[in-house]
Design a binder for this molecule. Sequence first.
Ligand SMILES: CC(C)(COP(=O)(O)OP(=O)(O)OC[C@H]1O[C@@H](n2cnc3c(N)ncnc32)[C@H](O)[C@@H]1OP(=O)(O)O)[C@@H](O)C(=O)NCCC(=O)NCCS
Length: 135
Amino acid sequence: MSHIEQIPPYLTWKTRHKVMYPDLDFDKVILPNDDDGIHLGLFDNNTLISVVSLFRTDDSMQFRKFATLSEYQHKGYGSEILLYLLEYSKNAGCDQIWCNARTTAAGFYRKFGFIETDKTSQANGFEYVIMEKNL
Ligand SMILES: CC(C)(COP(=O)(O)OP(=O)(O)OC[C@H]1O[C@@H](n2cnc3c(N)ncnc32)[C@H](O)[C@@H]1OP(=O)(O)O)[C@@H](O)C(=O)NCCC(=O)NCCS
């Protein structure tokens, strides 16, 4: 049985590194403002399976470093934590949520009502597009 809870920043780092940037030095997955974020972890049978980090500016919530362990992907865990953070952000009084999405994940976010903007970028060999949703 799965559950989602707030976790300290350092607990996200291993999953971020393993899933998103296995070829980079471990230190590169640590964000300078990690201490200012709200970090969520989805656990199933005490295994940390999916992580995501939220950063609020005024009434806008950004989520970053969303990662599900590869062997657990496509099983619905990401959707579970995404629905949770949408509700969390709405309840916190935010009226907008956004992310700098890897273009490979854009279809996934579209399913949840996120809309692609014209703001695109590239970094570390990945292409990104900013996607947003009104809450
Ligand atoms: C993006 C990511 C976090 C999604 O997490 P996830 O746990 O795989 O998410 P879900 O399982 O809920 O959904 C993923 C896909 O599986 C599908 N899916 C969900 N449950 C499923 C099931 N039981 N059977 C088959 N497919 C299923 C979803 O429809 C979705 O399809 P889509 O990608 O075509 O939209 C994950 O793929 C990941 O970590 N990717 C690598 C890092 C990354 O790109 N992070 C995002 C950066 S912006």
